[in-house]
Design a protein around this ligand. Structure first.
Ligand code: ATP
Ligand code: LTN
Length: 335
């Protein structure tokens, strides 16, 4: 029987910090649900992290931990292609070529470049500036239909589309022009300390990491900011009570309960009961993920087999695109 070709998805996360609840609920958990429907490529974007100084040993540890976490969070390596970006040299190769089809002005307009160069004013390197062309290469190599990303990466996917269209206009159909795939609100988890900004690894206090101990998680939720009014009532009102809304969102995401059900469950009980309950629900949700990650990390041979096989599968597809690109631009084929 002729099987319908599945749509292709590609995404990556930089191992520049440990994965947190926002990364899980907003990205990896959803990716796992797409495994059957799509042909998915997920990678550790290790080359991207070099735009900011990294401790080499910590980078290696976080890259492997992230892979173990992808698997523990439900990304089955049999159904998804999981790999380490630097293991597929085509990413760097195509990144260079695409640099030559991307304008200085376009790169200058990227808000992430402006933000990161403001934060790292002592290290505004070329990689930070050309980061979007490497990201475009990450994507275009796999000819995907969709790129699941957070809102903040939309601009980079749009630039990727522009680069692909420009290349196709010069050389004829070479790259599929992909769409960003951005999930609705709800998946945006906010900081427990500052509920008006998103939960981020750069704000460890308001951030729950997947590998945090149950005690740490309980403590972080007990300290979570709720609201400054004296209502002390669990009610979904994101504008008036962003902290409470965020906790309800987290509780709903990990238990599957609706906001109505949550309001009823905590009616008349106040934040004193609600905050620890959210903490407990998160502990229960993350415990199996943490234990499974630890178990996988101990099985070095298995982890190695996953990333080797992932790199081989990814390279096969990536090299096919590379051959096409090299031929189009006029590079001499080796064989
Ligand atoms: P940074 O601290 O540099 O802002 P980060 O911790 O926000 O990084 P990213 O590497 O930018 O994480 O994001 C990886 C993936 O996780 C992206 O798909 C992004 O949309 C998702 N993600 C990150 N933070 C959140 C969040 N708070 N809520 C929902 N999804 C998130
Ligand atoms: N830039 C992204 C990580 C990333 C990515 C990609 C996402 C690198 N290459 C390709 C999707 C597709 C980030 O910082 N979150």
């Amino acid at each position: 029987m002729n099987e319908m070709k599945k749509k292709v998805m590609v995404s990556g996360i930089q191992p520049s910090g440990d994965l947190h609840l926002g990364n899980y609920l907003g990205a990896v958990k959803n990716w796992a649900e797409l495994s059957d429907e799509f042909d998915c490529y997920y990678f550790m974007a290790d080359l991207h992290t070099l735009t900011v100084r990294q401790d080499p040993a910590a980078l290696r540890r976080r890259t492997l931990t992230q892979l173990a976490q992808y698997i523990a969070c439900g990304l089955d390596p049999e159904k998804n292609t999981l790999f380490i970006q630097s293991h597929v040299p085509a990413h760097s190769e195509l990144g260079w070529i695409l640099n030559c089809y991307t304008m200085f002005g376009e790169l200058s307009r990227m808000t992430q470049f402006k933000d990161k160069s403001a934060k790292n004013s002592d290290n505004i390197n070329g990689g930070l500036f050309t980061y979007p062309t490497l990201m475009a290469a990450d994507i275009l190599l796999y000819q995907p239909d969709l790129v699941p990303v957070g809102e903040d990466q939309k601009q980079h996917v749009e630039l990727t589309r522009d680069i692909a269209q420009r290349f196709n206009n010069i050389y004829g159909e070479t790259f599929k022009v992909p769409e960003p795939y951005i999930r609705k609100v709800g998946a945006r988890i906010m900081s427990l300390g500052t509920p008006t900004s998103k939960m981020s690894k750069s704000d460890p206090n308001g951030c729950v990491f997947l590998m945090d101990s149950p005690d740490d998680i309980a403590r972080k939720f007990k300290r979570a900011v709720t609201d400054s009014d004296r209502e002390n009532c669990v009610r979904f009102a994101p504008d008036e009570k962003p902290g409470v809304a965020n906790l309800m969102n987290i509780y709903s995401s990990v238990t599957g309960k609706t906001f109505d059900e949550i309001e009823k469950e905590f009616a008349g009980q106040g934040y004193g009961a609600f905050k620890p309950a959210v903490g407990e629900a998160v502990i229960d949700c993350l415990r199996p993920l943490r234990e499974e990650t630890d178990r996988i990390l101990k099985d070095k041979a298995y982890l190695e087999s996953v990333y080797k096989e992932g790199a081989a599968k990814a390279s096969y597809v990536a090299n096919k695109t590379m051959r096409k690109v090299k031929k189009k631009v006029g590079l001499v084929a080796q064989s």
